[in-house]
Design a protein around this ligand. Structure first.
Ligand SMILES: Cc1cc2nc3c(=O)[nH]c(=O)nc-3n(C[C@H](O)[C@H](O)[C@H](O)COP(=O)(O)OP(=O)(O)OC[C@H]3O[C@@H](n4cnc5c(N)ncnc54)[C@H](O)[C@@H]3O)c2cc1C
Length: 481
């Protein structure tokens, strides 16, 4: 088959690499000059910054990235992080690691909950590695699901009572529903991993999201963009190609068949199969697909991100106990500068920053609407909003690293407007859909037989392990599978 993949995000590259390995002829068309999308690493002023994703997840034994590497013959240049990230909320300081010790010491009554969470997460990691045919879209998928479930018995049966349960309800069943400090901690973890607090996250999605520190997180040498780079190389080694600066603007169809795509520079590429690493809204806006029925916002992330990139002298970071730090204000809405995620390039990853300095990113969840309004209001209004957010975010950082602000250079600030430009995602909506339920989630199918979706808009959603698992789901739906 001639396969065209639209977009070189991790979802598109993982699907492309697996198809190329299977012997298909794969061409990836990427709008920008770099692979990786939300998980790209870009260079500015001699520093290498991770654009979005900074924490390497899913590289543990049996995890989606580890399995993908094994299958493609890629040896990921990753090293385990002793502490996944430090969590700070007021006076509370927790180092989240594989043992979970800090959390258990601070919240001893939560031990039975974590025991249950580990058991469920272990089953979910196992099932997801198989390429879960969820959501099922026909008898073939149901048969595959049934087979996977039977093969994974009795573990898979353990999951059944949780299928339609919220994380909050599940946590409350352990008598933890009124521990505000514990719930704040859980909400903050879930917001960064499932895009919703415990009340809006499904119990099974929460089980795996809360497992990330326990499963083990990894630093990726050279920055997260290394993952995309190695997937590109795998596609090329298997006879495929990746072209940059090729924005797909039109999908050519005959009836319910896709026959090719056209790029903004006048290129035209015939295809037996098109895999779109796009959000449904972006796909629907494509010429030639008028009338693509996207359902309303329920399946779209409400969030974009505001991200600050700068570098810091090592001396200003000496109080850090890990390469990642999550800081949360004790009360008020999460996101919008009230909760931030801070990442520094690992000491010793020499290519990331000049000697004695570390590349630093700070991000917060933010709603896109006000940013686009400010932009429409003119350059001054937009710049003022950027300055205000950077101020709030770096102010929160200062509360835990006193004196750091005075030692920081002027930051580069990315907003939902920048994210829209960078990823092509309408409104800069990054982070995938809010994982509130396992039912009604989107799969890879579109109304066109040979046009499939991949990426964090489809089940199971955001993160590198999420989109790699989703890429396997996309493959199950492709003609020829
Ligand atoms: C701030 C932030 C922090 C995050 N932190 C983490 C983390 O620490 N760990 C983790 O695992 N995950 C993290 N994530 C989530 C993770 O980065 C994403 O879920 C994942 O990378 C999304 O991949 P994707 O395949 O959906 O595609 P995307 O990353 O959206 O890539 C899509 C690609 O398609 C291209 N494209 C778009 N339109 C066109 C077109 N018309 N023609 C050609 N090409 C096109 C884009 O340029 C882009 O390269 C984070 C995300 C963000 C935003």
């Amino acid at each position: 088959m001639h396969v065209v993949v639209v977009g070189a995000g991790i979802g598109g590259l993982a699907a492309g690499a697996l198809l190329a390995r299977r012997g298909e002829s794969v061409l990836v068309l990427e709008a920008t000059g770099l692979p990786g999308g939300c998980a790209a690493t870009f260079s500015r002023g001699g520093r290498l910054f991770d654009a979005g994703a900074t924490v390497g997840c899913g590289f543990h034994e049996g995890g989606p990235l580890e399995r993908l590497g094994r299958e493609l013959g890629i040896e990921w240049p990753v090293r385990p992080e002793p502490v996944a990230w430090s969590y700070r909320c007021g006076d509370l300081e927790l180092d989240l690691d594989r043992t979970g010790k800090a959390v258990l010491e601070r919240f001893p009554s939560s031990a039975p909950f974590w025991k249950a969470q580990r058991l469920i997460a272990r089953e979910l990691w196992r099932l997801s590695g198989e390429g879960l045919a969820w959501p099922p879209s026909g008898p073939r998928d149901w048969a595959k699901l049934l087979l996977t479930g039977i093969k994974a018995l009795p573990g898979s049966a353990r999951l059944l009572p949780y299928l339609n349960r919220s994380a909050l309800d599940w946590i409350a069943s352990f008598g933890l529903g009124s521990d505000r400090e514990f719930l704040r901690f859980i909400d903050a973890q879930l917001l960064i991993a499932t895009q919703a607090p415990a009340s809006g996250t499904s119990a099974l999605n929460a089980a795996i999201a809360l497992d990330l520190p326990a499963a083990g997180t990894f630093r990726v040498e050279g920055g997260m963009g290394t993952v995309a780079g190695l997937l590109v190389r795998s596609i090329e080694e298997n006879g495929g190609g990746v072209l940059y600066g090729r924005k797909v603007e039109r999908v050519d169809t005959v009836g319910r068949e896709v026959v090719g795509v056209e790029t903004s520079d006048g290129g035209a590429f015939a295809a037996d199969l098109v895999v779109a690493n796009l959000t449904p809204r972006t796909l629907a806006a494509m010429e030639g697909l008028e009338g693509y029925p996207i359902s309303p916002d329920r399946l779209e992330s409400p969030w974009s991100a505001c991200t600050v990139y700068l570098d810091a002298p090592e001396g200003a970071l000496s109080a850090l106990r890990a390469n990642h730090l999550q800081i949360v204000r004790p009360a008020g809405e999460l996101g919008e500068g009230n909760s931030i995620f801070v990442s520094v390039s690992p000491a010793g990853d020499a290519g990331r920053a000049p000697a004695g300095r570390r590349a630093l990113t700070v991000s917060t969840h933010t709603r896109p609407g006000p940013w686009f309004e400010a932009r429409a209001g003119g350059k001054e209004a937009y710049l003022a909003m950027k300055r205000r957010y950077a101020d709030v975010m770096l102010g929160l950082l200062e509360t835990h690293l006193p004196g750091i602000r005075a030692r920081l250079p002027e930051p580069t600030v990315a907003t939902p407007v920048s994210w829209e430009r960078w990823t092509g995602r309408s409104r800069g909506l990054v982070g995938g859909y809010a994982q509130s339920s396992l039912f009604g989630v989107r799969g890879p199918d579109t109304p066109w037989r040979n046009l499939k979706l991949v990426g964090d808009s489809i089940f199971p959603g955001q993160s590198l392990p999420g989109v790699v698992t989703g890429a396997r789901r996309t493959l199950l739906a492709c003609p020829g599978s």
